[in-house]
Design a protein around this ligand. Structure first.
Ligand code: AMP
Length: 408
C-alpha cells in the first residue's frame, strides 16, 4: 500500500514526499480511511507508530479541499512538547497545502499569549493546545470562535487523564459545536478512557495497534534446553504442579500435531488446534477447553490472539516466538481477569537471540530455571553470541513500520 491509494490531494502528496514518508504505517493504513469517511474513531496506539500523521494527513486533505478561512481542527495534547511536535508535523506535511497552525500552551510570556490569540482570531486552520491554556483562552475576555470547527482530536488521552485533565476536557467540550468529528488516540485503554470515549465520541470505529505489556499477575520463567530435551522437559513441567487449564504453543502446525499425539499417548487430556481442522472441529475443541473437559490445548500463534478463556493457569512456549509481540499475546492467555498464572518458555540455542529481544521489549530479564538433573546439561544462555543457523532474521531497522501487530 502507498499513500497514493488514499487519493490524497497533490499538494499533500508533495508534503509527504518532502517529509520522506514512503509508505503508510499500520495505524495510518487503518485510521486514514475511517477519518476520510468522517467517522469518529478511538485508536489505541503508542508514540512511535506514526499515530500523529495518521490523523494529521486526512485532516490536511480535507483542509486542502475546503475554502480554509475558519478554524477547522482542534488538537488537544497533554504537554507542550507533544503539542510542539504535532505542530511541526502539521507544518511539514501541510506545507504545500498552505495550512496554518499554532500551538497553544502555558508557561510562555504575555506576548506569546497575545500572539496565540491573534493567530486564532485570524482564522488559523489548526490549533494544537494543552487543556489548561485552551480553557484559559476560552474563559478569558473575548472568547475563541469555534462555530466552524469540524474536527476535535484528543492525543495521548490516557496521559491527559493521568495528569488530572478530565474536568478541563469536559469543560472544553461545552465550548465546541456538537456536530463535529471526534478522534481519540490513547496508548492504553483503561476503563476511564472508555468512559470518556462514550461521553464525547459518537458511534466510533475502533483500532488497536498498541503493544501491550504483559499483565502483572503473570509469573514468567524460562528454561534453556536443546530440542532433544524439550519433550521430557514438557512432561516434567506438566507433572510438576496441578493445573486446570493449560495452553502450549509451538512454532508450526506439524509440531503441534506431533506433540499433541505424543502427549495424548502419555494419557494427558490434550487437543491440538490448527488450521487443518474444519471450523466445526475447531469450535468443538474450543468449547471443550472452555468447559474444562479438555485440560490442555496445543496450538500455533493462531491461538495467541483473541481467545478469552478464563482460568488458564499455565502457558508453555515450546518454542520462542520469533516476534516479541507474539510472546506478549501468548502469555496474555493466562492471568486474565486479575487472576495469576505462569508462563514458561523453552529456549534452544538458536532461539536465544529472539528471547533476548523479548526481554528487551518487556524491559526485564526473565529468570532461567535449571533443567531437572535427569535431563542432562542445559545449553548456556548467551544471546550475544552468534549461533550458526540457516534461519535469517528479518532486519530490525524500521521494524515498527513494517508490521501490523493485529494482522495475524
Ligand atoms: P508518532 O508515532 O506520531 O510519534 O511518529 C513517530 C515518528 O515517525 C515521527 O518522527 C514521524 O515523523 C515518523 N513517521 C510517521 N509516519 C511515517 C511514515 N509513514 N514513514 C516514515 N516515518 C513516519
Amino acid at each position: 500500500m502507498t499513500f497514493k491509494d488514499f487519493h490524497f490531494e497533490p499538494q499533500l502528496l508533495e508534503g509527504l514526499e518532502a517529509m520522506g514518508y514512503d509508505k503508510p504505517t499500520p495505524i495510518q493504513q487503518q485510521a486514514i480511511p475511517i477519518i476520510l469517511e468522517n467517522k469518529d474513531l478511538i485508536a489505541c496506539a503508542q508514540t512511535g507508530t506514526g499515530k500523529t500523521a495518521a490523523y494529521v494527513l486526512p485532516i490536511l486533505n480535507k483542509i486542502a479541499k475546503s475554502d480554509h478561512r475558519h478554524l477547522n481542527t482542534l488538537i488537544i495534547a497533554p504537554t507542550r512538547e507533544l503539542a510542539q511536535q504535532i505542530d511541526q508535523q502539521v507544518d511539514g506535511l501541510g506545507y504545500f497545502v498552505g495550512a496554518s497552525s499554532i500551538s497553544v500552551y502555558g508557561g510562555g510570556s504575555g506576548q506569546a499569549w497575545d500572539q496565540q490569540k491573534k493567530a486564532i482570531d485570524g482564522g488559523t486552520d489548526v490549533i494544537i493546545a494543552t487543556p489548561g491554556r485552551l480553557l484559559a483562552m476560552f474563559t478569558s475576555s473575548g472568547s475563541v470562535d469555534m462555530t466552524h470547527l469540524k474536527h476535535l482530536i484528543l492525543d495521548e488521552a490516557d496521559r491527559m487523564l493521568d495528569m488530572g485533565f478530565y474536568d478541563d476536557i469536559m469543560r472544553i467540550m461545552t465550548y465546541l459545536p456538537k456536530t463535529r468529528q471526534t478522534l481519540m488516540f490513547s496508548a492504553t485503554m483503561p476503563p476511564k478512557i472508555r468512559t470518556l470515549a462514550n461521553t464525547i465520541l459518537n458511534n466510533p470505529e475502533t483500532i488497536n495497534i498498541a503493544i501491550s505489556k504483559p499483565a502483572e499477575g503473570i509469573l514468567q520463567q524460562a528454561y534453556m534446553a536443546y530440542d532433544t530435551q524439550k519433550m521430557a522437559l514438557l512432561k516434567h513441567v506438566l507433572n510438576e504442579k496441578p493445573h486446570d487449564s493449560i495452553i502450549i504453543f509451538a512454532s508450526t502446525k506439524e509440531k503441534v500435531k506431533d506433540l499433541g499425539r505424543e502427549l495424548s499417548r502419555s494419557g494427558l487430556s490434550i487437543k491440538a488446534f490448527h488450521s487443518d481442522l474444519e471450523q466445526a472441529e475447531r469450535e468443538d475443541i474450543m468449547r471443550a477447553f472452555k468447559n474444562k473437559e479438555v485440560k490442555i490445548l496445543m496450538g500455533t500463534d493462531i491461538l495467541s490472539r483473541g481467545i478469552d478463556v478464563v482460568g488458564i493457569s499455565l502457558v508453555v512456549n515450546y518454542d520462542v516466538p520469533p516476534d516479541p509481540e507474539d510472546y506478549i499475546h501468548r502469555i496474555g492467555r493466562t492471568a486474565r481477569a486479575d487472576k495469576t498464572g505462569t508462563a514458561i518458555t523453552f529456549i534452544n540455542p538458536k532461539d536465544q537471540r529472539n528471547f533476548y529481544d523479548i526481554e528487551s521489549l518487556i524491559g526485564k530479564e526473565i529468570p532461567k530455571l535449571p533443567l531437572p538433573e535427569k535431563l542432562g546439561e542445559a545449553p548456556l544462555y548467551q544471546p550475544q553470541v552468534k549461533v550458526k543457523t540457516t534461519f535469517k532474521r528479518p532486519p530490525h531497522k524500521n521494524k515498527k513500520f513494517n508490521k501490523n501487530s493485529d494482522s495475524k
